[in-house]
Design a binder for this molecule. Structure first.
Ligand code: ADP
Ligand code: ADP
Ligand code: ADP
Length: 214
């Protein structure tokens, strides 16, 4: 099963990805997590990406497409995968199609911009795993600590309000056109496209996803 999550920064893609991975047994391919790992490791790719990410902009299509293709070629993706944060532009979607990498289910999570801005100020992440929490809506068992490892949680540098607003602008400009793009592919009967109200509780969104894709 090949699933793709589509939604604004902070819509809850990473949160639902944790659930979908366990439920359907497919690996998560989070381009954001992959880039942050490269930044942390100090690789040339990471050094190139860091400035762009901190500024809330998108890294180049070429770089991202290469990264994802390499990841999808790995053995654990043979039975399917979950794309989280990719494709994010029309050229990225075209590159997938050109490589014959078809998607079975597109899951759009919709949350209004003002709600996103509120959410991001409370987001905390576990850098090692990408697990994500919210200080009010989805708190860890122990304040400031990851539930699984007990390690410290962190605030992402790009979650500062002005950067979040910039990222939302880029989302509407460059990523939102994918709604129409995949909507058309769905009309041809080639994949299922489902849109979910992401302002519901985490559990209610998960439940609605299972109902829709089985
Ligand atoms: P969020 O979960 O808040 O939407 P991500 O973790 O997916 O953010 O991405 C963080 C940053 O990594 C983005 O702002 C962008 O700079 C970069 N990035 C992630 N995925 C992509 C992509 N598919 N194309 C270009 N840049 C990306
Ligand atoms: P064509 O017949 O022109 O090759 P299709 O009608 O098969 O293209 O599909 C239209 C576009 O959507 C093409 O770019 C195609 O690669 C892409 N596409 C088709 N099916 C899927 C899918 N399941 N997932 C992602 N992209 C797809
Ligand atoms: P994305 O991957 O789309 O950027 P995240 O999954 O990281 O989004 O979620 C952004 C923030 O919102 C996190 O702090 C997360 O705990 C919180 N969150 C996710 N889903 C919900 C929800 N349904 N209701 C309230 N808060 C949520």
């Amino acid at each position: 099963m090949r699933i793709m999550l589509l939604g604004a920064p902070g819509a809850g893609k990473g949160t639902q990805a944790q659930f979908i991975m366990e439920k359907y047994g497919v690996p998560q391919i989070s381009t954001g997590d992959m880039l942050r790992a490269a930044v942390k490791a100090g690789t040339p790719l990471g050094l190139e990406a860091k400035k762009v990410m901190d500024a809330g902009q998108l890294v180049s299509d070429e770089l991202i497409i290469g990264l994802v293709k390499e990841r999808i070629a790995q053995d654990d993706c043979a039975k399917g995968f979950l794309l989280d944060g990719f494709p994010r532009t029309i050229p990225q979607a075209d590159a997938m199609a050109a490589s014959g990498i078809d998607i079975d289910h597109v899951i759009e999570i919709d949350v209004p911009d003002e709600e996103i801005v509120k959410r991001m100020s409370g987001r905390r992440v576990h850098p090692g795993s990408g697990r994500v929490y919210h200080i009010v809506y989805n708190p860890p068992k122990v304040e400031g600590k990851d539930d699984v490892t007990g390690e410290d949680l962190a605030i992402r540098p790009d979650d500062e309000e002005s950067t979040v607003r910039k990222r939302l602008g880029i989302y509407h400009e460059q990523t939102k056109p994918l709604v129409e793009y995949y909507g058309k592919v769905a009309e041809q009967g080639k994949l299922t496209y489902n849109k979910f109200d992401g302002t519901q509780s985490v559990g209610d969104v998960s439940e609605a996803i299972v109902k829709a894709i089985g």
